[in-house]
Design a protein around this ligand. Sequence first.
Ligand SMILES: Nc1ncnc2c1ncn2[C@@H]1O[C@H](COP(=O)(O)OP(=O)(O)OP(=O)(O)O)[C@@H](O)[C@H]1O
Ligand SMILES: [Mg+2]
Length: 383
Amino acid sequence: MAQVVFENVKKVYEKGVVAVHDFNLEIHDKEFMVFVGPSGCGKSTTLRMVAGLETITQGNIYIGDRLVNNVLPKDRDISMVFQNYALFPHMTVYDNIAFSLKRRKMPKEEIKKRVLEAAEILDITELLKRKPKALSGGQRQRVAIGRSIVREPQVFLMDEPLSNLDAKLRNQMRTEIVKLRRRMDTTFIYVTHDQIEAMTLGDRIVVMDKGLIMQVGTPQQVYGSPANMFVAGFIGTPQMNFIDAQLLWENGRYKLMAAGEIFELPDVAQDKLSSESRQPGDVIMGIRPEHLIIGDSGFPASADVSELTGSTANVHALVEDREIVSVVPLTSAAGYSAPIPGSVIHLMPDMDMVHIFDKSTGENLLAGSHKVAMFDMPDVNRD
Ligand SMILES: Nc1ncnc2c1ncn2[C@@H]1O[C@H](COP(=O)(O)OP(=O)(O)OP(=O)(O)O)[C@@H](O)[C@H]1O
Ligand SMILES: [Mg+2]
């Protein structure tokens, strides 16, 4: 069993920089967990504390049932792939992958078996005799991953392993990592600042900001029912629209007023708000671009530029000086004509998909009550 448990973990660097505040998390055995967040939020620091490359200022980290605070990196049964993987230039791919096993004085036959297996998983069998300089960026990254695989660690740590690759290669390698994961019986902790990577790879995602956990959940949960405005704005492109609004209480029901229009809230939202006795007042309405439909009713808005992506048109518009975006799905880009900039359009939010945020704390007042979050939930361990 290789679950990884963080108990009140804190990291303070010299000069008092607090990189990680009170971090509490339980990563299950064989789970693929992704840490995502903006630059400097403490992702690498947290990962490096698991690896034993950084000391823990306060709290405890367990790998399996073992408290590892004072265990040396080499004795933690982990293996880490970095963004800047350095291969030995004078060694062949085979020797690069075999390096750590040779150092451990593993029998030659066993080394060969493991290297060939890893090479097959990563589709680099043909390259085993080459030197790194004769490889492409993606192939080199595979070798770096191969070097980690052969150690058969209990926990696989990856810190932005794809960020040095170009967009196309990154997409390709992302798929490779999904396949790799399917073939390996290991717990993964994967760090990225790329929310698409987080959404596509993670069984669960930890969204971090400024050394704090903002939300832990499945991709569906963080996307469909973000805990707060930070998560709502960080996950999803184009970004969720935020519109100043007022929560009203009229005739025993909550309503939302924004840009002069009054919108009815669905029953689930009513139940959630009344169960917590929410007071009417200023709030922020959040609505994803794909849930804002251009039609005959809704917010009056002034159309701005439209971007054609091929499968969608992203229509920008101004609602009371605030720029918002509506995504229009297209079956055929050829027949589509975007609203003329400057013209008045109407944008109707799908009220089942609306979020309401507390204006001062950013907390999502409807967290957990959205359809997407309640249905279609995968098991934590996908396989
Ligand atoms: N060795 C160090 N000494 C002092 N401060 C550090 C050190 N390493 C990191 N920090 C600080 O700790 C905070 C978290 O850094 P960390 O590298 O964990 O962020 P990150 O989320 O991995 O960011 P990025 O996406 O840019 O890699 C930052 O404010 C950073 O400046
Ligand atoms: Mg980092």
